[in-house]
Design a protein around this ligand. Structure first.
Ligand code: MN
Ligand code: MN
Length: 265
């Protein structure tokens, strides 16, 4: 039985504005495993017993980027797909270093209000505003497709060009995504890509965003193997009655269901 490796990454030291994302993993887990909700994905996968919970990354005195990459490698030793619960978006860089070791062909499908591709932000090349600059420089994916963007500037536009990023900005997010993916997929889901009406528990609310339904429908349309995913930037300190944790858990279930479905074709 194929399973999904669940790994919490409680790290928010590269957040530019507010701390709090490090507190997210246990709160998303609580919703994910709550008896209040069905354990079936909408796509007909019974997720009961399908999660192999690898716990949270334990940080010591070493370089946190190495600690995260090593933890991801351990969590995916079995060959099971990875579902990481962040943390801020900076953690996607070390995650991808590990995922890349097992997958020579990849497309990253990135949902976000922001492109997170600053060369550096506030002088920090590891900022949560910069992971995709590092990922592209290190050649950790063949394609980067960014969906839902609605806060970017001319520096970002220059970076899109430099790295060949495919951008589907928020104003074009109507109907199907309209992109053909031909490699295994890694999904990185920044919860601020959603409209703050659905997901207020984020550090950078950007109104005019995606609905959970749109994101779920696009995830259901993926016809390549989904080999990994992260759900990041949940900030419980900004949430209202845990609604954002519930949304994160729902998206985690639909992603996990598709991982199992696309992995056992
Ligand atoms: Mn964002
Ligand atoms: Mn982001």
């Amino acid at each position: 039985m194929e399973r999904v490796s669940l790994l919490g990454i409680p790290h928010d030291e590269n957040s530019s504005y507010l701390r709090g994302a490090a507190e997210a993993p246990p709160l998303i887990r609580r919703e994910l495993f709550s008896d209040a909700y069905s354990v079936w994905s909408e796509t007909g996968i019974d997720l009961g017993g399908r999660f192999k919970d690898c716990g949270d990354v334990q940080f010591d005195d070493g370089d946190p980027w190495e600690t995260i990459a090593e933890s991801v490698l351990r969590a995916t030793e079995s060959g099971d797909p990875l579902l990481a619960l962040g943390g801020d978006h900076a953690v996607t860089h070390p995650i991808m270093r590990a995922v890349r070791r097992r997958h020579p062909q990849l497309t990253i499908l990135h949902f976000d209000a922001h492109p997170d591709i600053y060369d550096a932000y506030q002088g920090n090349p590891r900022s949560h505003a910069s992971p995709f600059a590092r990922i592209m420089e290190e050649g950790l994916t063949e394609r980067l497709i960014q969906v839902g963007l609605r806060a970017f500037n001319d520096h970002h536009r220059a970076q899109f060009k430099r790295f060949g990023v495919e951008v589907i900005e928020m104003g074009r997010c109507n109907g199907p995504l309209g992109i053909e993916i031909t490699t295994p997929v890694y999904i990185t889901l920044d919860l601020d890509g959603l409209d703050p009406a659905y997901a207020p528990g984020v550090s950078h609310r950007e109104p005019g965003g995606l609905s959970p339904r749109q994101v779920i429908d696009w995830i259901h349309q993926i016809d390549q193997q989904i080999v990994g995913a992260d759900i990041v930037e949940y900030n419980p300190r900004c949430d209202l009655s845990n609604v954002t944790a519930t949304v994160a858990a729902k998206l985690a279930k639909e992603i996990a269901g598709m991982m199992i479905r696309t992995g056992t074709r």
